[in-house]
Design a protein. Structure first.
Length: 234
């Protein structure tokens, strides 16, 4: 893994000629992602992120922490015990440099962890599940990391709107697989990562998968096609 996202975060933090990231998916064209967006504060976050951070309590695991903006808010403003977890070593180094006390570079599936009162998966948190074929593996791992009365706060977007619509209001979607399963590619400074699998889930599909793995699912907030869900143990 070239860790281009981590390199961009590192370059921005150290002011080493950072450039915007570029991202694309199997159904969308190249899009600019300003690296400074990953360093935004609470006031610059969207409604879903703000709601999730307000609901976070107890001992927190922030999965896919990136530059650590969510973790920093919870640690510094809410005085919570937070662990920032990300697969990118460079991103985790920046988390530490920004003052996050507990920051770990590890794949979620191999993270030994403890048990947490709140687990956060934000900025399309369902993306980490990759595809419906392996979602059970991730949900079982999350179940094992969650305290009995804990909560998972996770967001996603129903991307059906991105597909072409016919005259009758139906959508032209792939016959094979689930329409939210995409290939996702990151570009930075002329280099490209290999495509990774990235999963966008509509709420009903998330709810069904979660309930098959011992969770109750609640819609906390909806903002157009995006939503925040809360998973708790049954």
């Amino acid at each position: 893994m070239k860790d281009l996202m981590g390199r961009a975060i590192w370059d921005f933090y150290h002011n080493e000629n950072p450039e915007d990231l570029q991202t694309e998916t199997s159904i969308s064209e190249l899009d600019e992602l300003p690296v400074e967006y990953l360093f935004r504060d609470f006031e610059e976050m969207n409604k879903i992120e703000q709601k999730a951070l307000k609901l976070a309590k107890g001992k927190v695991l922030d999965i896919g922490a990136g530059a650590g903006s969510h973790s920093l808010y919870l640690q510094n403003e809410k005085n919570l015990d937070v662990t920032a977890l990300d697969i990118s070593p460079k991103a985790i180094e920046v988390c530490k440099l920004r003052g996050i006390k507990n920051a770990v570079a590890e794949n979620m599936l191999s993270f030994p962890g403890e048990n947490y009162d709140t687990i956060l998966l934000l900025m399309n948190g369902t993306g980490i599940f990759q595809s419906l074929n392996v979602i059970d593996i991730y949900l079982k791992k999350l179940h094992s990391l969650l305290n009995k009365n804990g909560q998972i706060l996770i967001d996603s977007t129903d991307i059906l709107y991105m597909y072409d619509e016919d005259e009758d209001g139906g959508y032209f979607i792939p016959a094979e697989g689930y329409y939210g399963e995409l290939d996702y590619v990151v570009h930075y400074k002329g280099e490209s990562e290999n495509p990774i699998k990235w999963l966008y889930l509509d709420f009903n599909t998330l709810q069904n998968a979660a309930e098959n793995n011992g969770f109750k699912t609640e819609m906390v907030l909806q903002d157009e096609d995006s939503y925040l869900a809360k998973l708790t143990k049954r």
